[in-house]
Design a protein around this ligand. Structure first.
Ligand code: 5AD
Ligand code: SF4
Length: 452
């Protein structure tokens, strides 16, 4: 692994190990998992940032030792707090497994307990604890936030607008900085969103794109489906889109809304990242490839013309040729209308940065090229399949060439036609006459001309 993937050890970790060889081994694993978060081992709990007691439950005496040690460490925590610092206390091992929450009742200074099957979740548990205490996590991360940005909110100039409804992420994918930099999932109140949407509609906006890092985790009353239904009632609002969605949050109500609500556009950005179950598990995605494919089937049952978009990472640590092939296989089954794909990039401070089996640059390059060839082929096929169809196009702006106007199809494809700028702001049926991988061209459909 290149050394640059390790954050410098600036936080002190004290692990006290009780009991058998198994615990000794587990303590080493915990130190390994925590290294990329900047934790280095120290041999005293005094002043430590994180104290882990890796406990033994074999006899009652061993369990009682845990509680008396916790009493001593609590004093150190109080002393550190008095000096303006912070100490996190975790109980791991067999007492944690057996007594769980009971430990936190008996010793409230304990921040969390973690059983032997869950040590890989330590970074997530620590981050959640720090969030609960209102501590900023972002300071630990480099300023580069390449994967952390939502599209900036546009000033309203035209007929389409972004509208933030949700922020933050609780998913803790092991490659991703967002849960640390953006904090916990937060949903704006329905009333605030409706008021903003009404304001946008009054300025001539006809299409809203609801934004959130996990937009379909929107937790307002009746979820994102309920919100979309209310937004669709606002006079002037004809189209609603949302991005980015997590497969885990794609619930039945939202799927049903796609079948029932005309304003909800048949285009969905639903990242899967990988087609390999082993990789998905190591990514902590919380879904398998098959679960994703069945989800897509259900969505397409509700809305047969649904166009899908995705995000992919190639070269996640340990990804084998076979596992990469599984990603290609998933792509062949879904046939995305468009997609974003990235080479895995180790972000210091994220759990995956410390995983063994970092994939070499040339292998990542080669896999990305193969994946993108396939995605591009599908994108071209999707666009070419529109020729001869008549699509409702929301016209947004004048084109680069004089006499040209540009809008979007329901599937988010740019559509260029030669026509008057008076079409801007209208949804007009367009007969698609020509397509490339990036855009469509056409002319106003005959029956629309008759109406006009
Ligand atoms: N390396 C490569 N791609 C990443 N993404 C997020 N973090 C990383 C990383 N460390 C990608 C994911 C995500 C998109 C916004 O950025 O595919 O869905
Ligand atoms: Fe990052 Fe995963 Fe959250 Fe998306 S769902 S922001 S990839 S942690």
């Amino acid at each position: 692994m290149p050394p640059m993937t390790q954050a410098p050890a600036k936080k002190r970790l004290y692990i006290k190990t009780y009991g058998c060889q198994m615990n000794v081994y587990d303590s080493e694993r915990m130190a390994d998992v925590l290294a990329p978060l900047g934790y280095g081992l120290t041999d005293t709990p005094d002043g430590a940032d994180l104290v882990v007691l890796n406990t033994c439950h074999i006899r009652e005496k061993a369990t009682e030792k845990t509680y008396s040690e916790l009493g001593r460490i609590k004093e150190l925590k109080l002393a550190k707090a008095a000096a303006g610092g912070a100490m996190t206390i975790a109980v791991a091992g067999c007492v944690a497994q057996a007594e769980g929450e009971e430990i936190m009742r008996r010793q409230p200074a304990v921040d969390f307990v973690v059983g032997p099957q869950s040590y890989h979740q330590l970074p997530e548990l620590i981050a959640r604890t720090h969030r609960a205490l209102g501590q900023r996590l972002a300071a630990d991360f480099a300023a580069e936030e390449k994967f952390d940005a939502l599209p900036p909110e546009r000033a309203v100039t035209g007929v389409t607008a972004f509208l933030t409804v949700q922020e933050g992420c609780d998913k803790f994918c092991t490659f991703c900085v967002v849960p640390y930099t953006r904090g916990a999932e937060y949903s704006r109140p329905v009333e605030a969103i409706l008021a903003e949407a009404e304001g946008l509609a009054a300025k001539g906006v006809r299409e809203l794109t609801l934004l959130g890092q996990n937009v379909n985790a929107y937790a307002g009353e009746r979820g994102l489906a309920g919100l979309a239904r209310q937004l669709a009632k606002i006079p002037g609002i004809a189209r609603i889109r949302y991005t980015t969605s997590h497969p885990r949050d794609m619930d039945d109500a939202l799927i049903a809304a796609h079948g029932e609500l005309d304003a909800l556009m048949p285009f969905l950005h639903l990242p899967v990242q990988s087609g390999s179950d082993r990789v998905l598990k190591a990514m902590n995605r919380g879904h398998a490839a098959d679960h994703y494919l069945r989800l897509v089937e259900r969505i397409r049952a509700a809305r047969p013309d649904m166009a899908l978009s995705g995000d992919f990472i190639v070269g996640f640590p340990g990804e084998t040729d076979r596992e990469f092939e599984q990603t290609l296989e998933l792509v062949r089954q879904v046939r995305y209308a468009q997609a974003f794909s990235f080479k895995y990039s180790a972000r210091p401070g994220t759990p995956a940065a410390a995983l063994p089996g970092q994939v070499s640059e040339p292998v990542k390059e080669e896999r990305l090229a193969r994946l993108q060839d396939l995605l591009n082929e599908h994108q071209s096929d999707f666009n070419l399949a529109q020729t001869g169809r008549t699509l409702p196009v929301l016209f947004e702006r004048a084109g680069r060439r004089p006499g040209q106007v540009v809008g979007r199809s329901p599937y988010l494809q740019p559509v260029h036609i030669e026509a008057s700028e008076r079409l801007i702001g209208t949804i007009t049926p367009v007969l698609i006459t020509h397509a490339t991988r990036g855009s469509l061209t056409g002319q106003i459909a005959q029956d629309a001309m008759a109406i006009a």
